[in-house]
Write a protein that binds this ligand. Structure first.
Ligand code: NAP
Length: 280
């Protein structure tokens, strides 16, 4: 039995939903953890998943969901509560003797990272490591879907990234999910850290691939409008710091700015391009 969280799929990458579908297509037994018993849960049941409803931050719902589970996929959206959810999930997985937890983290999850969310991801990784549950950390670049949200809201790629030559490491939510499913099904030992960048782009090239113009917003203007789009102060704080980091690096080099071979190795196909995502 494989437990998949975030299985309903949200706005950020819907990686849990895609992992659940990939595993079900391969005939695996999937327990889908969702927050609400809505139409998305009904679709998961139709696809053959066992659905459990709960809150990842609440051990009383996570613990029963873990019973009989051998492997698990953990994802928690960019909002408050990551460390509560991590602690509950890690404790329950440890108690159950789960042998592999594949969890979604961010490209630069480090104790000195430039956004509070990235630093929390590093802490979350530590907790999973201490739990001894065979944790694999998917350190992903910016999801294509993240840019699509900006375009949907503004009609152009309006971001405070500076000139169009500013670089951005990108990856499709679908590729994160393919790698997640591949790692969950891999019987062999795997590296505990998996860097995931499918395309190194720039602000200008990304806008072109999405078929829109790029507009460099002054950081204050972006921050002032962001609450309307994201309706979550935690997400706005993270994104504000994230765009500032990219803006500061500009078209310079960074050790994490490279397309990784992990997508093809664990996901079974070459990375999707942003253009394919936009036209697909
Ligand atoms: N966006 C990016 O550019 C990016 C880049 C790198 C890494 N990441 C990482 O990717 C992760 C998020 O990706 P994702 O594709 O899973 O996000 P997503 O598409 O937003 O899905 C999140 C899922 O979690 C569920 N959920 C939210 N709060 C919950 C709770 N308290 N208990 C149980 N379920 C809950 C949501 O359910 P409802 O829909 O019902 O609320 C939704 O199904 C984050 O860790 C983020 O840091 C994101």
């Amino acid at each position: 039995m494989i437990l998949v969280t975030g299985a309903a799929g949200g706005q950020q990458g819907a990686t849990g939903r895609k992992v659940a579908e990939l595993l079900l297509e391969r005939g695996e037994e999937v327990r889908a953890f969702v927050r609400a018993d809505d139409e998305r849960a009904a679709e998961l049941r139709k696809l053959g998943a066992e659905v459990v409803v709960g809150d990842l931050r609440e051990i009383t719902t996570v613990r029963p969901a873990m019973r009989g589970v051998t492997r698990a996929y953990f994802t928690y959206p960019v909002t408050a509560g990551l460390l509560d959810a991590t602690a509950a999930f890690a404790a329950a997985a440890r108690e159950e003797g789960v042998s592999r937890v594949v969890e979604v983290s961010q490209l630069d999850a480090q104790p000195e990272a430039g956004t509070p969310r990235m630093r929390r991801h590093w802490l979350s990784e530590q907790v999973f490591d201490w739990a001894g549950v065979g944790a694999v950390h998917l350190r992903a670049g910016v999801f294509f879907e993240n840019l699509a949200v900006v375009v949907a809201a503004a009609g152009r790629l309006a971001l405070p990234l500076g000139p169009p030559s500013t670089k951005i490491p990108l990856v499709a939510g679908a590729d994160v999910a393919r790698v997640g499913a591949g790692l969950l099904l891999d019987p062999d030992p795997v590296d505990p850290v998996c860097l995931l960048t499918g395309e190194m782009s720039t602000a200008g090239a990304a806008a072109e691939a999405l078929g829109v113009e790029y507009a460099d917003l002054p950081p204050e203007e972006w921050e002032a409008g962001a609450m309307e789009v994201y309706r979550d102060a935690y997400a706005v704080e993270h994104l504000t710091h994230l765009w500032a980091l990219f803006r500061a690096i500009g078209d310079g080099d960074h050790p994490l700015y490279r397309v990784t071979g992990t997508i093809e190795r664990h996901g079974g196909q070459p990375p999707l391009t942003l253009r394919e995502f936009a036209t697909g």
